[in-house]
Design a protein around this ligand. Sequence first.
Ligand code: 5GP
Length: 237
Amino acid sequence: MDLTKKELIYEGKAKKLYTTEDPKYLIVEYKDSFTAFNGQKKATMSGKGVLNNKISSRLFELLAKNGVESHFAGQIDDVHQLVRRVKIVPLEVIVRNITTGSLCKRLGVEEGMKLPRPLFEMCYKDDALGDPFIIEDHALLFGWATKEEIDKIKEISFKVNDILKDYFAGKGVVLVDFKLEFGKDSDGKLMLADEISPDTCRFWDSSTGDHLDKDRFRKDLGNVMAAYEEIWKRISE
Ligand code: 5GP
């Protein structure tokens, strides 16, 4: 297959999407840009795209080995992945193992509590609205997903959590929470999409509690790229 980029069809905050000669596949390019708080805070850090591409590729491979299908079809080079073309379901799914972030802000619950079982949440994927928190009925009534799709999304999300939580525990990293996105291919087949990286997960060092993820950028904690490097180092060892 010819892996050259044809036409730029989408440019998001962290990635660009290009068509290929095969209509069933796209090329994703990981950018060096950081954004937070719905695009209000921005920066560019050299090497970020390479790290997120490597980390995300490795994690999609790990999931595939454990029976979780995704749009990932292979890493092409430092910043490019080949992915199956899917239509993104307009939901941002969040799985949490430990309380922090918007959950604590929204509900006033204590930070850093280990939840007795994983918590599944959904947001409506809409930048203009700031990805608002929704319940399942909103998704059903407004046609963003069917009951069957939501059940499948939930099942895959918990499976991803089981796999990644154990995997990262073995690397001395606590998987605190993460965001997933799903898509449907031209046959209507639902699968995991987007990326899995320190941009989309919270990773805490098991022994020091250090944040090894995008919270370093969000909260101006410094050493942002060093944290991403550390995650890559742990998973590539
Ligand atoms: P929270 O809702 O606490 O802000 O985020 C929960 C988890 O989902 C965190 O791991 C966070 O990185 C991820 N997450 C939530 N919304 C977004 C988003 O719009 N973009 C990215 N990259 N990650 C998100």
